[in-house]
Design a protein. Sequence first.
Length: 296
Amino acid sequence: MILEQTGKICDGLYGTGYHFIPAFLLTSPAPVLFDAGVAAMGPRYLSDIGTILGSTDALHYLLLTHSHYDHCGAAPFLKKKIPALRIGAESHAADVLQKPSAVQLMRALNDNFAHVFSDVIGTDYIPFDPVVVDVILKEGDEPDLGGGWSVRVLETPGHTRDSLSYYIPRIKALIAGEAGGVFHNGCIQPEFSSSYSDYVTSLEKMAALDVEVLALAHQRILTGEDAGAYLKDSLSATVFFKTRIEEYLDRFNGDREKTVEAIAAEDYDDTVQMQQDKKSFLLNLEAKVRVVADGR
């Protein structure tokens, strides 16, 4: 089954915010929010958390999949509103979220997102500020959330150096961030922004899991057979997209800028615009072309 909405996904797991920029809430005895979307949607996430848990103060953990602006954007807002909240991320992400230049870029991207999608998410200004990570997470960590609930940490680099995914054994759910790619216009868009080889290895690791619920970073949640099939299809789409980039680089004698322009002209349309602003789309595409051109 393919779901394209927020709300209850299965027993214990909920989508909050909007389906194209969700944060996922696990209602274990020590509740966990996975990712924090964009800054401007902080009030919406907070409202949904309060409705589902009965009190926003009940939220125990915020676990980030990686340090991109649309996955950690509301973390400062949520920490301010829930002071006892413990934020977890990979060690490199912890450094990035304190780095002045990275914070400045993420603030600009969050502000741009808020401007582009103001008609959907509202016009309240929520700034992005440096984020202090309380818990450094690594491969194999498995925080006990009480009541038989736990979450297993998987290092899944390739989209970013600091990408983590989270497997919840009790419900066989995988929170994949963008380590598994995203849906755009009915197709899987690979997201190997830091390393193609690492990205493929991470996909293979996730595909080997027993997954009945796959919560993707944007737009779709897959359950049952669709969850496992997606991860295998994502591997095929990744190989195809790399080949496509290589063909354009050959056509343009290695010119990366022309390669980006050609692919963007084919792939970015009004359907994509509803999910991702063009500035962010181009930054991601430039990174993927660079990865292929550099043989990473």
